[in-house]
Design a binder for this molecule. Structure first.
Ligand code: ADP
Ligand code: MG
Length: 562
């Protein structure tokens, strides 16, 4: 083996590690879930890679996870014979936190004074491998990538540096050894070297893992003789393949955490199975919080594809449209080839049918939430509303349903949003359009002079303040037969309802001179100057032509160089 070299953790990793080392996180047991979860992913990957690359030298005959406890030395090792990591991968994956959003997380933590809130934030981020440092004061990782000759040993106390060393004789896969903190022995109820403790934790968090998790356990037979033997301690039952009635809430939650890498509970669980010619099972989750990278260009999709219980791919974009990218879960199809590629999936008719059904199911689940639990629906909309509204641009088939589950700020109530249905119920006699105004914030549009006359006449106006609003509202003609009408564009005729036409004609004569003078003066800047009944206290306002772009859209196009 080679000389050990010392490296520094990347700055962000160092900060996160420090949080872990000094963590007061109430549920330290979850470190094991993270390690088992990584081992399980590594086994999925090696099976897939050996399947795709017949030349890869790898033994996949007994893929498993082994947990070894050493009471005397107070260590706990989680070992897998999965894909393993090359030296570069170790450095890249373990030495840095490449996860997008780390910087934001740290910033938010800095601004958070409340310890519980800080823990929640960390929880949302999910620390993965680093969670080991909640219970260990030193962690070693020995790994060899499938197909490579040399292994790598990584070693760290979590205090700023780690060492890397080449190792000649390393089994394929990865072994993570935790040197357990002494304090946990004294003041905690749990001893992580005790096989009963470990078994309990594995059953709680990782029972559904589809690979055997083995451990040496003590058994006392009928004669009172104690023997030690290695047993599989998880049931390995794929959760999605079990009947809904038989799955406990807790099991769903833990499964969600495994596949989503989120430490929070999901907001909603959707479990469905399709039988018949094209058989599949789906277990989908709506998270309770949006990930930090929901709006970055390369945000991950959340659905994994399995074929007959075999993991095929993460991040399967063929299964759900982009606007539902926050949905996490698993789809297991019975009739696909294990060889499917992303390209094939995009064109597969059965996949398209499946996708249509899944989209409808997600949307109808939100609809149910809306009627049955408005508070939780509001939470959902806070987190994911902006993404969902992107669907109004592309998903014409589901447009009505998306409008149905959308909610918007409005002049009706400063505290809560309104649905379009509720808006329509409040529409005045003779009002045939849904009035809206777009802008960058509620306070900006609320103080806009365009709104005054509507407010005076008691007409409700939707305040559309998300960037995406201006895009969809241009392309969606109506909801339930009522057109959307911008109050900042063209002639919004409020007069019909009360002002008399003769009065209007009189005023036009009276102001004719002023108007023509203003038209000449402003000729370079505006198309037309006209009298308006839409203002009550402001003397004048600028309006767009009916077919013009809204101001936000105009800005976006300008920024893009149009
Ligand atoms: P996450 O699992 O969310 O990606 P982790 O911190 O748990 O984050 O792990 C970081 C990365 O390290 C993993 O994505 C994986 O590439 C690699 N890794 C961790 N554990 C193992 C393992 N047992 N075998 C192979 N790779 C691993
Ligand atoms: Mg992980």
């Amino acid at each position: 083996s080679t000389q050990a070299e010392t490296f520094e953790f990347q700055a962000e990793s160092r900060k996160l590690l420090q949080l872990m080392v000094h963590a007061i996180y109430s549920n330290k047991d979850t470190f094991l879930r993270e390690l088992v979860s990584n081992a399980s992913d590594a086994l999925d990957k090696v099976r897939l890679e050996s399947f795709r690359d017949k030349d890869l030298e790898v033994d996949t005959s007994d893929l498993h996870i082994l947990i070894e406890a050493d009471r005397e030395h107070r260590t706990l090792t989680v070992r897998d014979n999965g894909i393993g990591m090359s030296r570069d991968e170790v450095q890249e994956l373990i030495g840095t936190i490449a996860k997008s959003g780390t910087a934001e997380l740290l910033q938010q933590l800095k601004d958070t004074k409340d310890g519980a809130a800080a823990q929640e934030l960390i929880g949302q981020f999910g620390l993965g491998f680093y969670a080991s440092f909640m219970v260990a004061d030193r962690v070693t990782l020995l790994t060899r990538r499938a197909g490579e000759d040399t292994g790598t040993r990584w070693d760290s106390t979590g205090e700023g540096t780690y060492t890397l060393e080449g190792v000649d004789e390393a089994p394929q896969g990865t072994a993570v050894t935790l040197h357990l903190k002494a304090e946990d022995q004294e003041d905690s109820l749990l001893d992580y070297t005790d096989s009963t403790t470990i078994t309990t934790i594995v059953k709680r968090y990782s029972d559904f893992i589809s690979w055997p998790i083995r451990m040496e356990v003590e058994r006392t037979d009928s004669e009172g003789e104690t023997t030690r033997q290695i047993e599989t301690i998880n049931s390995m039952k794929a959760l999605w393949a079990r009947p809904k009635e038989e799955v406990a809430e807790e099991e769903y939650r833990e499964f969600y955490k495994h596949i989503s890498h989120d430490w929070n509970d999901p907001l909603e669980t959707i479990h469905l199975r399709a039988e018949g010619t094209f058989e599949y099972q789906a277990l989908l989750f709506i998270p309770s919080m949006a990930p930090f990278d929901l709006f970055t260009r390369d945000a991950k999709r959340g659905v994994q594809l399995y074929v007959k219980r075999v993991f095929i791919m993460d991040d399967c974009e063929a299964l759900l449209p982009e606007y539902l990218r926050f949905v996490k879960g698993v789809v297991d199809a019975q009739d696909l080839s294990l060889n499917v590629s992303r390209e094939i999936l995009q064109q597969d008719r059965q996949i398209q049918m499946m996708r249509r059904r899944l989209v409808k199911k997600v949307l109808s689940t939100v609809k149910e939430l809306m009627t049955e639990d408005p508070d939780r629906y509001a939470k959902f909309w806070d987190q994911f509303g902006q993404a969902v509204k992107e669907g109004l641009l592309g998903d014409v088939d589901n447009r009505d349903q998306i409008l149905e589950i959308s909610s918007f700020e409005s002049t009706h109530d400063p505290e809560s949003r309104t649905t379009l249905r509720q808006y329509i119920e409040r529409m005045k006699d003779g009002q045939d359009s849904i009035y809206y105004i777009t802008g960058s914030s509620r306070s900006k549009v609320e103080n806009s002079p365009h709104i005054e006359a509507f407010r005076d006449k008691g007409l409700e106006v939707l305040l559309l303040t998300d960037p995406v609003d201006e895009m969809w509202v241009e392309s969606v003609p109506e909801f339930d037969g009522k057109p959307f009408q911008s109050i900042a564009k063209g002639q919004v005729d409020l007069d019909e309802q009360d002002d008399s036409n003769s009065e209007r004609a009189e005023q036009e004569q009276e102001f004719a001179e002023v108007l023509s003078w203003m038209s000449t003066k402003l000729a370079d800047d505006v198309k037309e100057v006209r009298l308006s009944s839409r203002l009550s206290t402001s003397p004048a306002c600028v309006v767009g032509d009916t077919n013009d772009m809204g101001p936000t859209l105009e800005k976006m196009y300008r920024a893009m160089g149009h």
